[in-house]
Write a protein that binds this ligand. Sequence first.
Ligand SMILES: [Zn+2]
Length: 277
Amino acid sequence: MKNDEILIPHSMHKELLVLERWTDQFPWLVAGFTTRHGGNSRDPFHSLNCGLHVGDHSEDVVSNRRRLLQLTGYAEQEWVSANQTHSDHLYHVQPTDGGKGLHTLDSALQDIDGIFTDSPDLFLASFYADCVPLFFLDPVKRIIGMAHAGWKGTLAQIGPKMIKEWQSKFQSDPDHILAVIGPSIGGCCYEVDESVIEAFLQVTDINEFVIPTNHRKYMLDLKKCNVEFLKKAGLKGVNIEVSSWCTSCHVDLFYSHRKEQGRTGRMTAFMGKREEG
Ligand SMILES: [Zn+2]
């Protein structure tokens, strides 16, 4: 962890990394990312697996999710999560969605990779093991949101789409929107085929975030790519912060789909807000 890391291990709870720079400034907000520690799941999901879709025992997953709710002070009926499909589909979460996705895949929002809300008393949850979590906050309009950006979601510009949606729906000023690019597989570990790079070449200049290795393989830095896309979408560079955590380099702390050959759990990126008292 670098000194200026944005996601800080919680001082008491090994389960959590917290977005302290945001939550210190905005006491009505919770925001962070779970580690793999402090849960009930067994190998290869040990121990705080929050993904219901990976083959783990669902009762263990639900108890791990309850642990997260308990630590953050949210209730079961406030939880909202989606079945993520590497799409660029966004969803405006409403108070009536409270409770969706907590216990079963069937009750989750379907085919959604970006969730956001202007409503209080909702706990937005999304799941990761190498893909890039994008956190968004408009502290002026009090809007929160997250997007699941693997290479497909990144390429489909799910981040910029979130910003456009907030501009049209809430009259958000992009100058006010803050973004954090969370723990994910880094440019150090994410090797991809030429076909992936060719897809990126169709939409952007790749020099900033792709390094050729050999045998037509490439190291792809999805965090940097998302920074570029968010700047192009109108966010100020100073308002975009990037986590230095690489999930593949730190399987002691995180699940890594790539490093663990697909047999692993999922971390949760979470955000919620209360009405200020
Ligand atoms: Zn790495």
